[in-house]
Design a protein around this ligand. Structure first.
Ligand SMILES: [Cu+2]
Length: 458
């Protein structure tokens, strides 16, 4: 795929070839090469060099896999630093999870790693490195992974938005994406907000049509507060999984999307000439992130005629038999910086889980935060005793939100629990996937300064 194809926009142009041919549901494994490399791109301040992508002149592409079909992804490292690739939200075998030292050795310069897995769930997921995470993600290496389902309803169009910031100097060069001050607080925000590496881009969609908008928050720090103006719609999935429990967001009650999280919206496009805008409603003011432009004669389709998204088969926890594990997320600033081996450290440590700062990915003989028995149900009580938000992400498993001490929360299935200041949340899961599963804050500066660990399913 080249830059021109990328800018054609829309689902077809964003998908990776090789996989499906003309018969969309052929029983054929997707074979995809991802060549991690430096890239150059105009982010709106002239050409920025030293970005990281899987092509030289465009963002990492949207990958399209099929539910219950084998995918083979060869990740080749053409950088001078180490890397790995993590498939965020996918419940796949532990060996394929891409966590350095925990599930694989980091991929060295000039080396490659073959990832092979069969996604069990459809929906909107994403991929990013888990080694040199801070630099490589901040410099662009985040891509959307769509798992298609043969029972997906037909939309008139699909638009995929990868939301992330860049940290640029006044000449368009890359600035350091982290600061000690940011790491100790809510993370260091970028100064250029993008959708698919573009500032407030416009995508055409059929007037009067029903559009599927897939949005992923892949920034290293920013918590998005999203609402759409100019069109009606509904939230149809959160973090990959279909739901009807989440209300349509408004300017005054936006959808909070923390780093790592995704939302799927079904949108009723208006008539030609009207504007549809995705906005970030920060407390300090609103900001347009992307435009959907209605084009053509109205299709006159109605949102109410849209069938529900297919449900993923998720393991319902048995709450009456569930054992509870407690996790305290807090501030423990006296620790040594993490020992991450080939995978990069910020040089300081501030955060902890259960008062223990993560000593580092490459630190030997570090045990799990908790052990869970295969097939058993558990409640995780997640307590944030800090004044900062922490989107807590668990690899390899899916959990259901149960309750919070601070607010009403929908009982959705997710891989990321977004804890507000002083919030305690209880979530439930079935430990149905063997292995050591990384468990960390997705504000990368928090992850890389102590707020990380892992859970073992044995
Ligand atoms: Cu955090």
């Amino acid at each position: 795929m080249d830059r021109r194809e990328f800018f054609l926009g829309g689902a077809a142009a964003l998908s990776v070839g090789a996989a499906w041919g003309t018969n969309a549901f052929a029983q054929q494994a997707a074979a995809i090469n991802l060549n991690v490399q430096n890239a150059s791109f105009d982010l709106g301040k002239g050409i920025t060099h030293g970005l990281v992508s899987t092509v030289s002149n465009a963002p990492p592409p949207v990958l399209r896999l099929r539910k219950n079909q084998l995918a083979k992804l060869r990740v080749s490292n053409q950088l001078s630093d180490y890397t790995t690739m993590h498939w965020h939200g996918l419940r796949i075998p532990n060996k394929m999870d891409g966590v350095p030292y925990l599930t694989q050795f980091p991929i060295g310069p000039g080396s490659s790693f073959d990832y092979e897995f069969t996604p069990p769930d459809s929906g909107t997921y994403w991929y990013h490195p888990h080694c040199q995470t801070m630099e490589q993600m901040a410099h662009g290496l985040t891509g959307i992974l769509v798992v298609e389902d043969e029972n997906d309803p037909q939309f008139d169009a699909e638009i995929v938005l990868n939301l992330k910031d860049f940290h640029l100097d006044k000449n368009g060069g890359l600035d350091t994406p982290y600061t000690k001050r940011g790491a100790a607080r809510g993370g260091t925000m970028g100064n250029v907000m993008t959708s698919n590496w573009l500032q407030n881009p416009t995508y055409d969609a059929p007037a009067g049509g029903i559009v599927r908008l897939r949005i992923a928050a892949t920034d290293t720090a920013r918590i998005y507060r999203l609402a759409l103006s100019g069109a009606k719609g509904k939230v149809v999935a959160i973090d990959g999984h279909a739901t009807d429990l989440v209300p349509w967001p408004t300017k005054d009650a936006p959808l909070i999307l923390a780093p790592g999280q995704r939302v799927d919206m079904a949108i009723q496009m208006p008539e030609e000439g009207r504007a549809v805008t995705l906005n970030h409603h920060a407390l300090s003011g609103s900001r347009a992130l992307a435009q959907l432009r209605p084009v053509g004669q109205s299709l006159k389709h109605q949102l109410r005629d849209l069938p529900a998204l297919p449900r993923n088969q998720l393991p319902e926890p048995d709450l009456s038999a569930a054992e509870t594990h407690e996790f305290l997320f807090g501030w423990t600033p006296e620790a040594d910086p993490q020992n991450n081996g080939w995978c990069g450290s910020l040089g300081y440590s501030f955060w902890s889980i259960n008062k223990t700062p993560w000593p580092g990915d490459a630190e030997p003989n570090v045990g799990p935060l908790a052990e869970m028995k295969l097939g058993k149900s558990y409640i995780l009580r997640l307590r944030n005793e800090s004044p900062n938000d922490h989107p807590i992400h668990l690899h390899g498993l899916v959990f259901k939100l149960l309750r919070s001490n601070k607010r009403e929360i929908p009982q959705i299935w997710t891989d990321t629990a977004h804890l507000l200041k002083d919030e305690t949340m209880e979530v439930a899961l079935v430990a149905d996937n063997l292995g050591d599963w990384a468990f960390h804050c997705h504000v990368i500066e928090h992850q890389k300064s102590g707020l990380a660990g892992y859970l073992s399913v044995v």
